[in-house]
Write a protein of this length. Structure first.
Length: 287
C-alpha cells in the first residue's frame, strides 16, 4: 500500500467528488488486512518507546470525519498498540461557555502534546471551519465588527496553518487524517446504530439533521483540506467505507511518520557506563 496516494501536501488539489471511498488497496480481503494488525502494533510499540525515551519530538494526530466514519474505532486501533503513559486522547465537543469565551484555538493549545508524547484529537479546531462554517455558528458568538467584516474562514485557515507551522518548527509533528466515507455508507452505519441495542447510545437526534447538510460539509472539508495542506503538516484523506482498510492505512501513516522522526534511545556516556557497572557490582555482591 502506498500512503502517498492519500497524502495531500499542497502540491495537488483534493477533489472530494473524485475520491473513491470504497478503496481496498491491494489487500485480498478483510482477513489479510487484519492480519497486519500484530505487525502494526509491534512497530508502533517500538517506535513510541523510543519517542518517549528520547523526549525530543511530540506528535499530534488529528482525526476528522463525518459521523459514523469510524473515528472512535480508529482511535482505539492506534491506542491498542501503544503504552498508555505516552499518549493522551481528547474529544472535541460543542464548546462550553468558558471555551467560547476564548479564541477557538485555546482549548486545543491547552492539551497539545508534550515532547515524547503522542496526542490524539478526536475532532479538533478544524470543527471551527467545518460545523461552524456549515451553520454560520460564528455569528452566535460575540465577535467585533472588525473581525466579522473579513472572510472569517479564510482568516482561520491562515491561523491554523500558522499554528501548525509553529508546532512543526518547535519540534512537533502534526498528522491530519480525514476519514472519508460515502453518504451511502453513513446510512448503513446509522441503520446499524438504530438496529443494534448495544449501539443505540451512539446515535444522536442531531445526526440525521447534520446528514441533511452533507453537501455543505463535503464542500467545507474540501476547502479546509486544500487551504491547510502543507509539506510539513500534510492531510491524509483515508478511504473509510471499509473500516478495516482505513485502520490499516492509518497505522501505516503513523508508523511512517514515527520512522521519519527516527527517535533514538539516549546515548549512555562512558562515565555513566562506569557508574552502572559499579551499581551492578553492588547488586551482585549484596548480602
Ligand atoms: P461526537 O464527536 O459525535 O460526540 O459529537 C461532537 C459534536 O460536537 C459534533 O456534532 C461536532 O460537530 C460538535 N462540535 C465540535 N466542535 C465544535 C465547535 N467548535 N463548534 C460547534 N460544534 C462543535
Ligand atoms: Mg456523533
Amino acid at each position: 500500500m502506498n500512503i502517498k496516494d492519500f497524502r495531500f501536501d499542497g502540491s495537488k488539489k483534493f477533489k472530494i467528488k473524485n475520491f473513491d471511498t470504497k478503496q481496498e488497496g491491494s489487500f485480498k480481503d478483510r482477513q489479510e488486512a487484519e492480519s497486519r494488525r500484530e505487525d502494526h502494533i509491534m512497530e508502533l510499540q517500538g517506535l513510541q518507546d523510543r519517542l518517549y525515551a528520547e523526549g525530543k519530538e511530540g506528535v499530534l494526530i488529528i482525526f476528522q470525519a463525518m459521523d459514523a466514519a469510524g473515528k472512535d474505532g480508529a482511535v482505539k486501533y492506534v491506542m491498542s498498540g501503544i503504552n498508555p503513559a505516552g499518549v493522551s486522547v481528547h474529544n472535541f465537543k460543542v464548546p462550553s461557555t468558558e471555551e467560547l469565551a476564548h479564541d477557538y484555538l485555546w482549548r486545543a493549545m491547552k492539551v497539545a502534546p508534550q515532547r515524547g508524547m503522542i496526542t490524539i484529537f478526536n475532532r479538533s479546531y478544524y470543527e471551527d471551519v467545518l460545523v461552524v462554517k456549515v451553520h454560520s455558528l460564528h455569528k452566535k458568538v460575540s465577535l467585533p465588527e472588525r473581525v466579522l467584516k473579513n472572510d472569517i474562514f479564510e482568516d482561520r485557515y491562515k491561523q491554523i496553518k500558522n499554528y501548525e507551522k509553529h508546532l512543526h518548527e518547535n519540534g512537533f509533528r502534526v498528522i491530519k487524517i480525514f476519514l472519508n466515507i460515502s453518504k451511502d455508507e453513513q446510512k448503513k452505519q446509522f441503520l446499524q446504530r438504530i438496529d443494534d441495542p448495544a449501539k443505540n447510545w451512539k446515535f444522536g437526534d442531531g445526526d440525521i439533521v447534520e446528514r441533511g447538510y452533507w453537501d455543505n460539509y463535503m464542500e467545507a472539508y474540501e476547502d479546509a483540506i486544500n487551504a491547510t495542506s502543507t509539506p510539513e503538516c500534510p492531510w491524509y484523506v483515508v478511504p473509510s467505507d471499509k473500516k478495516w482498510f482505513a485502520r490499516a492505512v492509518i497505522a501505516e501513516i503513523i508508523v511512517s511518520t514515527l520512522e521519519e522522526i527516527d527517535p533514538k534511545y539516549p546515548v549512555v556516556s562512558e562515565d555513566r557506563k562506569k557508574k552502572l557497572a559499579e551499581f551492578r557490582e553492588l547488586l551482585i555482591n549484596e548480602k
